[in-house]
Design a protein. Structure first.
Lengths: 307, 428
């Protein structure tokens, strides 16, 4: 936002700049520094991904060899499959949970502030904590399964954590617990900003509550929905600490995700070149999500200006 | 008492403070100082290195140890960062083939003179010596030895199985596991779910079946041995072990289940000798468990060597150089090795240390005897799971196959053998 400051006669442009120097410094210096960091290290990583670096970065050129060996590795293939499943399931389910929570909270209920805090609270917890807590809760010998069995239902089974086909869903569960509150907060803000006249008009026309949500309120929420999807997707793609604490990629290598593969290659196997290649591939996946979003935002803004 | 300080007093004081170190230096010898990093921060490991630091200080040195808790790789990340910044520690933990690999990226200290003065080379295993002098010169010193394939038996589980014989071969081992299962031990094998844990089961199986095949397959990466019948037999044995483990451990550390092991809910544990230190540190007694060498089909002990070591990085500062020399002397000292191993449960690197005295456990005595015997019969091999046989990248590629095999019971041993050979090829 720019604030137009009327320049009085007798004040030069220079003194104006000097007066506003603190503003410039506080905004531009950190911005430029972080941008330089981001760009410089991205370029550095891209460069490393084409070199034969192992323990430490070295110069040299190996072309796409790092990329082809990462793409051919079992770890990376499993990670991509998992990312697809995790990304879709997590985004859709957290969207649904967030929306339902928001609609329920929107019923002018008592104690809304308290409930809202409770649902938002997981967001304040670090992913490592979430992962560790859920790893105990979901452990069949200690957590939910044992509790239900101890209560009397002895054939109860809930051993997804150690089932290599279902283990990825434990990450979905923990991630939804952590971040559906965030979706809820955004949706709730959206619900509250729906024009009251619109709702009144629908009421006068005799719309029931379900019809009102379906036809009047929810359609106004779709820009928020897209924002939530994009934010959750970029979270899904870069998920690291949650998996590391919850399953550490296991059982075996069944819950590998791209970020885990990058870390593993770079820091556990000391293959910097391959790790950098995997990191660049991750960046490309992120761009595949973010670029269409940026394009969509651009079109929206143009439309708003021309309307 | 009110403190009143004039500006002049303050100036005089700070001038004196500034002059003091120079004065001390002028007084005579340099005070040895050592900057060191290791992963040993807590438990028996932390206690041992703290005790070593105390000895260093007793000799007049300044001990500056910064532990990096977690797996060895985390310590390595710190080391890498320090080397790249041109500020390596005077001394750091590092072991196995990584010593050779890392010594290529930064200059190390030539320890030949100090090693020769101590006559150290004569009293340690030749295979071990080789790892610490990658290009013919000593640049690192081993500190303590563990065998990664020690067999821990729970006394209470043995009672349940009405067994008192320590298994020698894998067949004995399997018999005992069946007996335990029949005797009401729910899980005859105690274990954790981490990658090195799974790797250890496999290396113990292969080395126990044939140390020759182990050397060819996992140390020399010979394709024929990797796909050979012994490797397949090892996978078959690992599947048996996996079936006896508690599937619920998930990704837990082995130490999480030690209480169940001592209580007799779990029977046997194939683990490195360090588990003794962990058990003792957790308050369990020597009467609770038996330690013996891991199963070996030819009945002669097989020793899977894992040795912690210190590598010394070149520094220009005279006090650090003096510190490095003092540290090297301490690490080679039989008294220090005795102190260290008695805390951690390892055995000394020196083969001339007498373990009959107080402070050593039967397990440690058995381990030391096994090492001597294994060296004599050429059955001392380097551990894969603990990064002694291969560099980290290769190790990780092999363990990928093993850990998947342990967790996924639909993979057949034949498939595992093929995958193993492919993984090795891919990581070369």
């Amino acid at each position: 936002m720019t604030i137009a400051i009327p320049t009085r006669p007798g004040r030069s442009a220079v003194s104006d700049v000097v007066r506003r120097l603190p503003e410039y410094l506080t905004i531009w210096v950190p911005l430029l520094l972080s941008a330089a960091h981001l760009i410089a290290f991205s370029l550095w990583t891209i460069w490393i991904s084409f070199t034969p670096s192992t323990l430490v970065p070295v110069s040299g050129w190996v072309g796409l060899r790092n990329y082809s060996s990462v793409a051919a590795s079992r770890n990376w293939q499993i990670a991509l499959d998992n990312l697809l499943l995790f990304g879709i399931a997590f985004v859709l389910l957290s969207l649904a949970t967030g929306l339902i929570l928001a609609i329920l909270l929107d019923q002018r209920i008592r104690g809304e502030n308290l409930l809202r805090s409770i649902f938002l609270y997981p967001l304040a917890v670090s992913f490592v904590v979430t992962g560790t807590v859920w790893s105990w809760l979901l452990n069949p010998g200690l957590g939910v399964q044992k509790l239900v069995r101890d209560l009397g239902w002895t054939s109860f089974r809930f051993d997804w954590l150690i089932d290599r086909d279902m283990a990825i869903w434990t990450i979905v569960i923990a991630a939804i617990w952590q971040s559906s509150g965030f979706a809820m907060a955004l949706f709730l803000a959206g619900l509250r900003s729906v024009d009251a006249d619109l709702i009144k008009a629908a009421q006068i026309d005799g719309a029931g509550p379900i019809r009102m949500y379906r036809r009047v309120i929810l359609p106004t929420l779709w820009p928020i929905t897209i924002t939530v999807i994009v934010i959750q997707l970029q979270f899904a793609i870069s998920t690291f600490d949650l998996v590391r604490a919850l399953t550490n990629g296991g059982p075996g290598i069944a819950t590998q995700l791209p970020a885990l593969v990058v870390y593993d290659l770079m820091f556990q196997r000391s293959l910097l070149g391959r790790g950098a290649a995997a990191a660049v591939l991750m960046l490309l996946i992120l761009l595949a999500v973010l670029l269409p979003y940026a394009g969509w935002r651009y079109v929206q803004r143009r439309r708003a200006i021309h309307a | 008492m009110p403190i009143t300080t004039t500006r002049r007093q303050l100036l005089a004081g700070s001038a004196a403070a500034l002059a003091l170190p120079a004065f001390a230096r002028a007084q005579g010898a340099i005070k040895p100082r050592l900057t060191a990093i290791s992963q040993w921060s807590a438990g028996s490991d932390g206690a041992a290195i703290t005790a070593l630091g105390k000895k260093f200080e007793e000799k007049g040195g300044v001990w500056q140890h910064s532990p990096v808790p977690g797996f060895t790789t985390e310590m390595m990340n710190k080391l890498r960062a320090q080397i790249m910044a041109g500020d390596p520690p005077a001394c750091s933990q590092l072991k196995g083939p990584e010593i050779a690999a890392w010594s290529k990226i930064a200059p190390t200290v030539d320890l030949d003179a100090v090693v020769a003065a101590a006559g150290y080379e004569k009293v340690i295993a030749p295979d071990l010596a080789k790892l610490h002098k990658p290009r013919g010169k000593w640049i690192a010193l081993p500190l303590q030895i563990y065998s990664t394939n020690m067999l821990f038996l729970s006394k209470r589980a043995m009672d349940k199985a009405k067994a008192d014989k320590i298994p020698v071969t894998w067949a004995d081992f399997n018999d005992l596991a069946e007996k335990m299962k029949a005797g009401g031990v729910p899980y005859p094998i105690a274990n954790g779910g981490t990658r090195p844990d799974d790797g250890q089961k496999f290396e113990a199986a292969l080395a126990g079946i044939s140390p020759t095949a182990y050397r060819a397959a996992l140390m020399n990466l010979d394709k024929k041995a990797l796909e050979g019948p012994e490797t397949k037999a090892a996978f078959v044995q690992v599947r048996k072990i996996a079936d006896w483990m508690d599937p619920n451990v998930g990704a837990q550390h082995f130490s999480t289940n030690l209480k169940r092991f001592v209580d007799g809910d779990m029977g046997m544990m194939i683990m490195g000798g360090w588990a003794q230190g962990v058990l003792r540190n957790a308050g369990f007694k020597f009467e609770d468990f038996i330690i013996a060498p891991g199963p070996s089909d030819n009945s002669k002990p097989v020793f899977l060597l894992n040795a912690d070591a210190f590598i010394f990085w070149q520094r220009k500062e005279p006090d650090l150089q003096a510190g490095q020399k003092l540290m090297a002397q301490l690490v080679m000292d039989p008294a220090i090795q005795t102190m260290y191993s008695q805390i951690t449960g390892s055995i000394p690197v020196r083969t001339d240390v007498d373990l009959s005295g107080e402070g050593w456990s039967d397990g440690q005595r058995r381990t030391a005897a096994a090492l001597k015997e294994a060296i004599a019969s050429n059955q001392a091999v380097l551990s894969l799971a603990h990064n002694m046989a291969q560099e980290n990248g290769m190790t990780a590629a092999i363990i990928d196959v093993i850990t998947e095999y342990v967790k996924n019971k639909t993979i057949k041993p034949e498939q595992a053998v093929t995958r193993l050979a492919e993984a090795v090829e891919g990581a070369r």
